[in-house]
Design a protein around this ligand. Structure first.
Ligand code: NAD
Length: 257
């Protein structure tokens, strides 16, 4: 492990335009379960596909039942050592941006500038009307949902369209601006950290491929193996919180020696 940390620190030291690509695994240490690990969200709730949400009142009810239960966990979570290490990278002037699949806003809460964060799967701080696109603070909707035990599907106050979290569900089109900007930044970086992502969710998982094809080095840190491990210069199967801080610390120590 020590050798891998040193190798990763060498690459970090030589790089000035770093992109961090983050997945649900960076937030498990903040108490937010990921989707696929044992005890993850899929064990408790079945995913609601976007088309089913549009077509079926029962699917909308299941969607909002899950959202009502999971939103407070996202809202109340605090950043962990992985988020702090990424903030440190920004302070060192090395971070081009964070491309995140996460919807939990923990990179914002850790202090990274909003313009450094590209949320390709949206975020949980807002709900949106699927008809007129009016945006609602998610907290406002939570108050409505918690008024009684029965699950009510919230509707837009303006046009009565269906409200949905401002996040991307399976089968829902990706946000065009964020997706193309993420691709541009992936192709322009000199080093990409892939952190806490199973790299099986597409099109998000194209990002490390784009970076690699354009000549960037990849460092993959994930508890379990990923399908892109063979492309990476360094692969570490461990918790991101423990490892990323050590890599950043190693580089800072070298700078003051
Ligand atoms: P995923 O659930 O498919 O994979 C998470 C990966 O992280 C797994 O391979 C797991 O082994 C690894 N992992 C878990 N804890 C870790 C840790 N402490 N250190 C290192 N690795 C760890 O998640 P994904 O690849 O990000 O994609 C699934 C989708 O889940 C995304 O679209 C995202 O929008 C959504 N999601 C987001 C959150 C969140 O915002 N925190 C939570 C759950 C799911």
């Amino acid at each position: 492990m020590e050798g891998l940390i040193k190798h990763a620190a060498d690459l970090l030291e030589r790089s000035n335009k770093i992109v961090a690509f983050t997945g649900a695994g960076v937030s498990t240490e903040s108490g937010i379960p990921d989707f696929r690990s044992p005890g993850g969200i899929w064990e408790k709730y079945e995913p609601v596909y976007y088309q089913d949400f549009l077509d079926d009142e029962d699917a909308r009810r299941r969607y909002w039942s899950r959202s009502r239960a999971t939103y407070p966990v996202l809202r109340d979570a605090l950043p962990n050592p992985t988020h702090s290490a990424l903030f440190e990278l920004e302070r060192m002037g090395k971070l081009d941006c964070i491309i995140t699949q996460n919807i939990d806003r923990l990179h914002h809460r850790a202090g990274n500038l909003p313009e450094k964060i590209i949320e390709i799967h949206g975020n949980s701080a807002f709900a949106v009307c699927l008809n007129c696109r009016k945006i609602y603070p998610r907290e406002e909707i939570q108050k409505l949902l918690e008024e009684n035990d029965e699950i009510k599907v919230p509707h837009c106050a303006e046009c009565k369209g269906f409200l949905k979290d401002a996040t991307i569900s399976f089968g829902q089109p990706m946000p065009e601006k964020e997706t193309s900007e993420a691709r541009r930044r992936a192709e322009g970086c000199d080093l990409m950290f892939t952190l806490g992502s199973s790299l099986v969710v597409y099109p998000a998982a194209y990002m490390p491929r784009y970076a690699h094809q354009a000549g960037a080095r990849l460092i993959i840190i994930n508890k379990t193996a990923t399908p892109l491990d063979h492309l990476a210069s360094v692969v570490i199967h461990a918790k991101t919180g423990e490892v990323l801080q050590q890599i950043v610390k190693e580089v800072k120590m070298r700078q003051i020696r």
